[in-house]
Design a protein around this ligand. Structure first.
Ligand SMILES: NC(=O)c1ccc[n+]([C@@H]2O[C@H](COP(=O)([O-])OP(=O)(O)OC[C@H]3O[C@@H](n4cnc5c(N)ncnc54)[C@H](OP(=O)(O)O)[C@@H]3O)[C@@H](O)[C@H]2O)c1
Length: 209
């Protein structure tokens, strides 16, 4: 079974830091072969295959790191090839000024993505994890939470199990609908972290669990 991280931006690089070594047959996709090749070399990800966006669609599990505005057109374009696949969604549909959301109150990026891809198993994860956290995932002895959401219980379980062993507390976050809250939590944590001067090193951990 192949798993591909799509994109080599901040989250793509961050995710690779914690996924490499934990997921067998891990691939990394970029629009730029040179860029992904250089990053694989620089980070010593020797067991990682580099692929283009086209070949990435052959994987059973895809973890995209696209912005919401790019994600929906990409999903429409690849609707057929994504049939039956698990697509891990990390997008927060912020407006350009990071003050609000481009989705309605009664929806979320994850739900909109699932609506475009009814035959794909969309699983939300890492929505609250800002990219800097991947450099130092354990803070004051504690791992932060990754809330995994999905309406296909089997797919959600697969992703939770795939993520076991990474330096995060991976929790079942319920249905895709919960991303209405989870995605908004990200904007809230960003604002507070900026106020207290530690953005972008910010993530959540639920107290009391
Ligand atoms: N930044 C955070 O801390 C954070 C936290 C939680 C969730 N997220 C979510 O993660 C996603 C990525 O955030 P990011 O900060 O990693 O963004 P980023 O640094 O801009 O990376 C986005 C990547 O998307 C790929 N891409 C594919 N099609 C694209 C297009 N048409 N235009 C531009 N890039 C395209 C690019 O990878 P290639 O050039 O390699 O193809 C690019 O590097 C967003 O949906 C965001 O809401 C971000």
């Amino acid at each position: 079974m192949k798993t591909t991280v799509i994109g080599t931006g901040r989250m793509g690089q961050g995710l690779m830091k914690v996924l490499y070594g934990h997921i067998p047959n891990l691939q990394w996709a970029s629009r730029s072969k040179d860029r992904v090749e250089a990053l694989i070399l620089e980070n010593g990800y020797t067991n990682t295959a580099l692929v283009d966006y086209e070949s990435a669609l052959d994987s059973e599990i895809l973890i995209h790191t696209l912005w919401y505005r790019d994600l929906i057109p990409w999903a429409w374009k690849n609707r057929d090839r994504l049939t039956g696949k698990i697509l891990v969604d990390i997008a927060n549909p912020f407006t350009e000024d990071f003050k609000d959301f481009t989705t309605e109150w009664g929806s979320s990026a994850a739900e909109e993505l699932q609506a475009v891809l009814p035959e794909t198993k969309v699983v939300g994860a890492f929505k609250n994890t800002f990219f800097k956290v991947f450099d130092l995932p354990v803070h004051q002895g504690l791992q932060s939470d990754v809330y995994v959401t999905g309406d296909d219980l089997d797919a959600k379980e697969k992703v939770i199990s795939m993520l076991s062993g990474i330096p995060f507390r991976v929790l079942d976050g319920g249905s895709l609908q919960n991303n209405r809250t989870i995605e908004r939590m990200t904007l809230f944590e960003r604002e507070v972290a900026i106020r207290y001067g530690h953005y972008p090193y910010v993530s959540f951990r639920l107290f009391g669990l």
